[in-house]
Design a protein around this ligand. Structure first.
Ligand code: BTN
Length: 236
C-alpha cells in the first residue's frame, strides 16, 4: 500500500468535490485538505460551514477495491480513528455516534461524509471542530471543539499529521482484516441504550438502540421486536 499524498488548499469549494472532479488523475490515498470551504457539504444535503483557518477539513480518496468493498464499515472505522486520536490528546468521554459522527460529552466534534461510485472509488470527507470557540444557535445541541474541551489551542498541522498517520495505519490493518471495527465501535457507541426514531416502510417508529451488528447496521428494539437500521433511516 502506498503512502499518503497530501494536497493543501487555502480555499476550495469542498475537498470532497475536488477529489470527485479529479478522481481519474489522483491515486489511492490522496488527501485534499483546506483552511476554508466555500461550499462545504454535510450529510443529507446539509451545508458544512466552518470559519476560515479554525478547524480541520480534509477528504481521503480510496481506490483500493478490498477497502471499497467494505465501505459501510469504512465510515465506522473513520469515526473510530478520529475518536481514538482525540482521546489520545487528553480528552475524556469521546464517543462515536452511529453512523458518522464523533461526540464529546454528548456534543458533536466531528462529522464524516462518505461519497463515491462503487466499485470505482470512495471519498471519506472529515470535518473536525478544532479551534473554534463559539457556535451559533442554529443547532439543537451545540457542537464542541477539541480546543474548548482541552482549554487550549491546538496546532493544526501537527494535529493533522498525527491523525493522517493513524488513519493510514488503521486503513492498512482494516484491509488485512486486523481491525475489529464492530467491536471497537460498540465499545464507544454513543447511541447504545438511547431512544431513537427510525423509519421502516414509510412509518416512523421509536425504540432503544442496542448495538451495531456485523454488517454495520444499528439494531433497535421497539415493542418487543428488533430492527436492523441502515444509515439514513434514523432520526435522533
Ligand atoms: C456531517 O456531519 O454532516 C458530515 C460533515 C462532513 C464535512 C467534511 S469537511 C471536509 C469534507 N468536505 C466537505 O465538503 N465535507 C466534508
Amino acid at each position: 500500500m502506498q503512502k499518503l499524498n497530501v494536497i493543501h488548499f487555502e480555499e476550495i469549494d469542498s475537498t470532497s468535490s475536488y477529489l470527485k472532479r479529479e478522481v481519474d488523475n489522483l491515486s489511492n490515498l490522496t488527501i485534499a485538505e483546506t483552511d476554508y470551504q466555500s461550499a462545504g457539504k454535510g450529510r443529507e444535503n446539509r451545508k458544512w460551514y466552518s470559519p476560515k483557518g479554525e478547524n480541520a477539513m480534509f477528504s481521503i480518496l480510496i481506490k483500493d477495491i478490498d477497502i471499497i468493498n467494505r465501505f459501510p464499515l469504512l465510515s465506522l472505522l473513520s469515526c473510530l480513528v478520529v475518536r481514538d486520536y482525540i482521546e489520545s490528546l487528553g480528552v475524556d468521554n469521546v464517543e462515536v455516534k452511529w453512523p458518522n459522527d464523533v461526540y464529546i460529552n454528548g456534543h458533536k466534534v466531528c462529522g464524516i461524509l462518505l461519497e463515491g461510485r462503487i466499485p470505482d472509488y470512495v471519498i471519506i470527507g472529515i470535518g473536525i471542530n478544532l479551534n473554534q470557540k463559539e457556535f451559533n444557535d442554529e443547532y439543537r445541541i451545540v457542537p464542541t471543539s477539541v480546543s474548548n474541551e482541552l482549554g487550549r489551542n491546538i496546532e493544526k498541522q501537527a494535529f493533522l499529521e498525527g491523525l493522517w498517520n493513524n488513519m493510514l495505519n488503521s486503513i492498512i490493518s482494516f484491509k488485512s482484516n486486523q481491525y475489529d471495527v464492530i467491536n471497537e465501535f460498540n465499545k464507544y457507541n454513543y447511541l447504545e441504550g438511547r431512544e431513537v426514531n427510525f423509519v421502516i416502510d414509510g412509518k416512523t417508529l421509536s425504540g432503544r438502540a442496542i448495538r451495531v451488528n456485523e454488517n454495520g447496521y444499528l439494531i433497535v428494539e421497539s415493542e418487543g421486536s428488533q430492527y436492523e437500521i441502515m444509515s439514513g433511516e434514523i432520526n435522533y
